[in-house]
Design a protein around this ligand. Structure first.
Ligand code: ADP
Length: 416
């Protein structure tokens, strides 16, 4: 799927470049054409004016100075023919005889005409200016020719050069934009893969309690005649699994909301110290059940502005984990510290700890260090991810230090 998107993006940017080049080349060609024609016409006009104003030679026909068709003529200059009112040449300077024929035809076709014309003659391009004028009572027609072959060739070379550059650019651009598209799509790809994995993991987690519920219902089907009391065990199992599913679905919902930035923080000022005491009281019995002692170092009145319920949930996850992974012994120490710019709460346990490799992954969704054993402890591998998301929403971070079989310390730092 991503390969196709990358190909399409590359194709789109390449075709955009090609369209841009076509417009650019056309604009350049148009401008060059216009500017060459304009300067050429001015040149012919000025030349014609200077030819008209200069003193002409004698006009007598037969004087070989005036009827010589010059073939050794310098190609870069101009050619001209002056006709009298009897269509006789009175003066000329032409590089090829064909110009006389062309000039004569033009004279016949366009009487009293003043203007420019472009034409080809024996492979040479010309621009011609024709004008009538009167001098000393006589009417003449003057035709001035400019060889524009060099102009044409310059234009053709420029166009081919731009086309070659454009084509080479398009050929080079396609793989480059393919690579760039790949790089730009990488974060989307990563998040798409993560989303896919999340859905797969969530379905997998939901399948286990569903299977337990189904098997307990299957058992109950054969005990139609027995009382509810007699089947309390199966019903309890169903109830527990339904509770597990409810908890998981709640967590999934929270993660989805955090992902979509749909969680609106209800910020209030509250005493974090008092919140910690409240949590210790709440978890006292669970700690006792697990053979763990909770110790606290809490200064009086540590006021923080944030979403109390969310912070409570994050702290509860950390304390809950500390108790769960204490291996039925030891002390869990909760320490609250306040500095000028931040407040930090650390939850330290003397439990199973974790390896460096595991420490890097514990915030990943559905990650459990010891998958089977930690699932038994009722964990989905979502708690730390949720705690992290909550702390991040408060612009804070969670730092972890841990040593295998010695214990772990989770420190939540919240900026003031
Ligand atoms: P769970 O609900 O499974 O506890 P968490 O996201 O809270 O999910 O934790 C992820 C994993 O990190 C746990 O399964 C456990 O392996 C490890 N872990 C979390 N807290 C601790 C701790 N205090 N000591 C040791 N391991 C921990």
């Amino acid at each position: 799927m991503f390969r196709e998107i990358k190909r399409q993006i590359a194709l789109f940017s390449t075709s955009t470049l090609v369209v841009f080049l076509v417009v650019f080349v056309s604009a350049i060609v148009f401008f060059m054409n216009w500017s060459l024609r304009y300067s050429g016409e001015i040149y012919l006009f000025d030349t014609a004016n200077s030819l008209i104003s200069r003193n002409t030679f004698s006009e007598s026909i037969g004087d070989d100075r005036f009827n010589i068709v010059r073939t050794d003529y310098d190609q870069t200059g101009y050619d001209y023919i002056k006709w009298n009112s009897n269509d006789m040449i009175v003066e000329n300077k032409v590089s090829q005889e064909g110009l006389i024929v062309k000039g004569y035809k033009n004279l016949q076709n366009h009487r009293n005409y003043k203007g420019y014309e472009n034409f080809e003659l024996n492979g040479i391009s010309y621009r011609m200016y024709q004008t009538d004028y009167t001098k000393e009572g006589n009417t003449y027609t003057l035709q001035v020719f400019q060889n524009t072959s060099a102009e044409k060739s310059l234009m053709a070379k420029t166009v081919s050069f731009l086309i070659v550059i454009g084509a080479a650019g398009a050929i080079v651009l396609f793989p480059i934009s393919y690579l760039i598209a790949g790089k730009n799509l990488q974060p989307i790809k990563t998040s798409y893969e993560a989303q896919k994995k999340f859905v797969a993991d969530a379905s997998h987690e939901l399948r286990t309690p569903l299977a337990v519920i189904q098997s307990n219902l299957d058992v109950l089907e054969f005990k139609e005649d027995e009382t509810i009391k007699e089947n309390a065990q199966w019903l309890n199992n169903i109830g527990n699994e339904a509770q597990t599913m409810g908890k998981l679905i709640g967590n999934l919902l929270l993660i989805a909301q955090a992902d979509n930035q749909q969680i609106v923080l209800e910020k209030t000022e509250f005493d974090l110290s008092e919140l910690c005491r409240e949590l210790v009281a709440l978890m006292h019995s669970i700690a006792l059940e697990n053979g763990v002692v909770i110790q606290t170092t809490l200064p009086d009145e540590v006021i923080y502005c944030g979403d109390r319920e969310q912070i409570k949930q994050a702290l509860r996850i950390l304390i809950d984990n500390a108790i769960k992974y204490s291996n039925g012994q030891g002390t869990v120490t909760i320490t609250l510290c306040e500095t000028k710019s931040s407040i930090s709460v650390s939850v330290q346990d003397e439990g199973i700890g974790m390896s460096e490799e595991a420490r890097q992954k514990i915030f990943d969704r559905f990650y459990r260090v010891d998958d089977a054993r930690h699932r038994e402890k009722g964990g989905f591998g979502l708690g730390l991810n949720i705690a992290d998301a909550i702390v991040k929403m408060h612009k804070g971070k969670i730092h972890v230090t841990s040593e295998l079989n010695v214990g772990s310390t989770f420190t939540m730092t919240l900026p003031k």
